[in-house]
Design a protein around this ligand. Structure first.
Ligand SMILES: Cc1cc2nc3c(=O)[nH]c(=O)nc-3n(C[C@H](O)[C@H](O)[C@H](O)COP(=O)(O)O)c2cc1C
Length: 309
């Protein structure tokens, strides 16, 4: 019911063939429990995780809040997950052929100077069971995590994972997911790092810690507290980051665009900014599961109207 079959929706990106460009963003199926069922909603790909080596509870509840006036969410889940091995068990019984990405992070208790090991453990554990990898150093909800986005530690971490990757019979695409809160100078560093460490691409963006321009009152925001803001409120910043990265790198690598896609227009905005694929999370929550079909049908129509080629 939800699948849109059309060769014009197909995408060849980092060596994989996607049936359509609309994916489910990380954090919805953190534990790889629902990917078979979610595939039925017509996603071109599903990203599981963020997974950490050891199971952890995440932050105390409440930790997820709706901002209906802004069509947005604030979350401080804190990488709640059952650990990578439990997810691998379920992935072994995978029925769907949909492309699955493995998004990996570090445990809260792991200090940053030992973080690399956490990523290596999950990379090895998931290697045979996912189609591509995402290194998540951009969640605002694990203290200190985003410091790993700095040039030196990030380069070391990615070189280590690439070393493991190239030792395999056939390597897998390795991507980096970045925050929308990076400065242009930091984004310049990211472009250099992608090239230097031969990454396959970027995912832009994660949630933001910025609270500017919201309709939700300051009182309500204060009552909610810390967390990452997603949905329509992050849309324009996310598109800006994609555009900046695509132009700066002269389209040297693919970008998966994510942040505030609630309609086909929003998806096309990301594609026109330079994204090869898109992902949704908050739009799926607010608009419901038919959003995937609506976006794919909208892209189909954009081809028919010669708005896309
Ligand atoms: C409740 C919630 C949990 C999330 N968990 C993760 C996660 O574990 N790992 C990750 O990389 N991104 C996570 N994200 C970020 C999303 O994948 C996405 O990058 C972000 O929400 C922006 O897209 P959206 O506006 O379509 O939601 C989470 C988002 C939400 C709302």
């Amino acid at each position: 019911m939800f699948r849109v079959k059309d060769d014009r929706l197909k995408r060849e990106v980092f060596g994989l063939t996607f049936d359509n460009p609309v994916g489910l963003a990380a954090g919805f199926d953190k534990d790889a429990k629902l990917f078979d069922e979610l595939a039925a909603f017509g996603f071109g790909f599903i990203e599981i995780g963020t997974l950490t080596p050891v199971a952890q509870a995440g932050n105390p509840k409440p930790r997820l809040f709706r901002l209906p006036e802004d069509n947005s969410l604030i979350n401080r889940m804190g990488f709640n997950n059952g650990g990578v091995e439990a997810a691998v068990k379920r992935l072994k019984n995978r029925k769907t052929k949909v492309i699955i990405g493995g998004n990996i992070g570090k445990n809260k208790v792991t200090p940053n100077d030992k973080a690399s090991k956490d990523y290596e453990i999950s990379f090895e554990a998931l290697f045979d069971y996912v189609d591509y990898f995402v290194v998540n150093v951009s969640s605002p909800n694990t203290p200190g995590l985003r410091e790993l986005q700095e040039k030196e530690p990030l380069t070391q971490l990615l070189l280590k994972l690439q070393e493991l990757n190239t030792q395999k019979r056939q390597r897998k695409p390795l991507l980096l997911k970045i925050a929308p809160d990076l400065t242009n100078e930091q984004l310049d560093d990211i472009v250099d790092i992608v090239v230097d460490t031969k990454l396959d691409g970027l995912i832009a963006t994660n949630t933001t810690i910025d609270r500017n321009g919201l309709k939700t009152t300051d009182n309500r925001l204060a009552a909610i507290g810390n967390g990452g803001l997603s949905g329509q409120a992050v849309k324009s910043r996310s598109t800006e980051v994609i555009k900046y990265l695509a132009e700066k790198s002269k389209h040297a690598f693919p970008i998966i665009g994510v942040g505030g896609i609630h309609s086909v227009e929003d998806a096309i905005e990301k594609l026109e900014a330079g994204a090869s694929l898109v992902q949704i999370y908050t739009g799926f929550v607010y608009e419901g599961p038919s959003i995937v079909k609506k976006i794919n049908q909208g892209i189909q129509k954009a081809y028919e109207d010669n708005r896309m080629s």
